[in-house]
Design a protein around this ligand. Structure first.
Ligand code: G3P
Length: 216
């Protein structure tokens, strides 16, 4: 399973660049950084050698394609994030015909993922946290998407997005999702367990108490 970091913050990305397989950004994350969009994407591409999703802001297919082509010129690792709309899917078809990789975002159903895959999407991003927020089953949606896509030979990979806690990462992996994109703070939590901390503390205490001779 691949882990991406869901962030546009260069410090966060630099901190975990050694671990992650890619980066996803969205307009809200980029706006928070107060750095020009293209510059942010270029700098992220210098930090992580893997797919870096950059989202188009237009809502009309031709404009999305123009915007997507310009973003794709920043670096070969740039993947164009396109919202799951009818216009978006026209743009995905056109970009994929140009061999520009796309990540279809704001996916909330298996049918949306199916259409995106048929249009040539390289990635689809179901937003699990936002489904859970409104009382739905985010992971049930991911399970449905994986079931549908695995029936066929789409090259589309599923990025579990809108991850809110470590349990989401475990559930994504248990379902066999190819990728989870995870905020920095939650990636940090993946290393931790209170029994690991307690175990280290006890080993150190026992070692210091016994003072065993150093090996030759
Ligand atoms: O990058 C897309 C997605 O991960 C957004 O997450 O927490 O704003 O629903 P969230």
């Amino acid at each position: 399973m691949k882990l991406y970091i869901d962030s546009a913050n260069l410090d966060e990305i630099r901190d975990l660049a050694w671990l992650v397989d890619g980066v996803t950004t969205n307009p809200s994350l980029v706006a928070r950084e107060k750095v020009p969009f293209e510059e942010t994407i270029a700098r992220i591409c210098e930090l992580v050698d893997g797919p870096v999703s950059a989202e188009v802001m237009s809502l009309v297919a031709d404009d999305m394609v123009r915007e997507g082509r310009a973003l794709a010129r920043i670096h070969p690792n740039v993947v164009i994030k396109v919202p799951m709309t009818e216009e978006g899917m026209k743009a995905v078809q056109a970009l994929s015909a140009d061999k520009v990789r796309t990540n279809v975002t704001l996916v909330f159903s298996a049918n949306q993922a199916l259409v995106a895959a048929k249009c040539g999407a390289s990635f689809v991003s179901p937003f699990v946290g936002r489904v859970d927020d409104v009382g739905g089953g985010g992971m049930d949606m991911v399970s449905d998407i994986l079931d549908v896509l695995q029936n066929y030979v789409f090259p589309t990979e599923v990025i579990v997005a809108s991850v809110r806690h470590p349990r989401h990462v475990f559930e994504a992996a248990a379902l066999g999702a190819e990728i989870a994109t995870v905020p920095h703070a939650i990636l940090k939590q993946l290393f931790r367990h209170p029994l690991t901390d307690a175990g280290i503390e006890r080993f150190l205490k026992d070692w210091k108490a016994a003072k065993p001779p150093a090996s030759a």
